[in-house]
Ligand binder design. Structure first.
Ligand code: MBD
Ligand code: FE
Length: 284
């Protein structure tokens, strides 16, 4: 991209992700402060940090580098990115441990509620000649006893073939590759989209500086994001990946599980197709 106004930057996507988090009331805390719980968690986190400092004889230069970096993460708006890439997967592991139905994984920083409603057979909103291999993604939503969940909602969002998310990168239609699919009376859905590309988290911000300084890489495997929900059932937040895709084994966000890897095959009409069913747990 040559037009600077259309160049994705860490600061712009970070500012959008921070703003999105703070305005989505469903993601903000609702409970009062439990002093004993805060005491336990804050004390143990601080003790873990103190132990690292002692064990590795952390210097004042290193302490000041950390201080400057933490300040910059906030200035770049990259707290949502940092937390969702390096911490959320363990929160999800704990939250999802008792699930009997489909596996979930992290939400990440780029969900936006309220994507356009679509019928059970639908094409995700996309540009004319949207780049990428067409993908027919179909399946059924049921409960753990196999009961079909008619009218289940499948909120889908994904990066495009350049690895860019609408509303977090410039130059894309507002709801590009985002939609709220309503399953039919048997819980079935058939969505046409394009296969997303592997995604590189922004390298020009604070998270990118950490990755470079530590000798890590910034890649996530190509993935589809979904939130699947139905009244009376536990909502499922998940992602689906592609067998053989790059970075399936070394996702920077540690969010791949074997049950979440799709194996699409060529469709008769061109492109690929795959079937994936969702099983929701009863609401707890
Ligand atoms: C993504 O697209 C994503 O899904 C996560 C978890 C983190 C950064 C970018
Ligand atoms: Fe993503």
């Amino acid at each position: 991209m040559s037009d600077t106004a259309l160049t994705p930057t860490a600061a712009a996507s970070g500012a959008s992700a921070t703003e999105r988090f703070l305005t989505d009331k469903t993601s903000l805390p609702t409970e009062g402060t439990d002093t004993a719980r805060v005491n336990t968690l804050a004390t143990e986190v601080l003790t873990a940090v103190h132990d690292v400092i002692r064990r590795h004889r952390v210097t004042y230069d290193e302490y000041n580098a950390l201080k400057a970096w933490l300040i910059a993460v906030g200035q770049d708006g990259e707290w949502p990115l940092f937390l969702d890439v390096w911490i959320e997967h363990v929160v999800e592991e704990v939250a999802g441990a008792a699930r009997e139905g489909s596996k979930g994984t992290i939400e990440g920083p780029y969900y936006v509620p309220g994507a356009p409603a679509l019928p059970s057979t639908a094409v995700l909103p996309m540009r004319e000649n949207e780049p990428g291999t067409p993908l027919l993604f179909q399946g059924q939503v049921t409960g753990v006893s196999g009961e079909p969940l008619g009218g289940a909602l499948l909120e889908m969002w994904q990066a495009d073939d350049d690895g860019l998310y609408a509303q977090f990168a410039p130059g894309l239609p507002e709801w590009n590759l985002r939609g709220s699919v309503v399953a039919d009376a048997e819980g079935r859905f058939a969505v046409t989209t394009v296969e997303p590309a592997p995604y590189q988290i922004p390298t020009d911000g604070s998270c990118g500086r950490l990755i470079a300084a530590a000798g890590w890489h910034a890649w996530r495997p190509a993935h589809l994001h979904l939130k699947v929900s139905a009244p009376g059932y536990e909502p499922l937040t998940t992602q689906l990946y592609f067998r053989g895709g790059e970075h399936i084994q070394d996702d920077v966000a540690s969010a791949v599980k074997p049950e979440l890897v799709l194996d699409p095959r060529p469709a008769s009409g061109g492109g690929n197709e795959v079937v994936y069913d969702f099983v929701l747990d009863p609401a707890s």
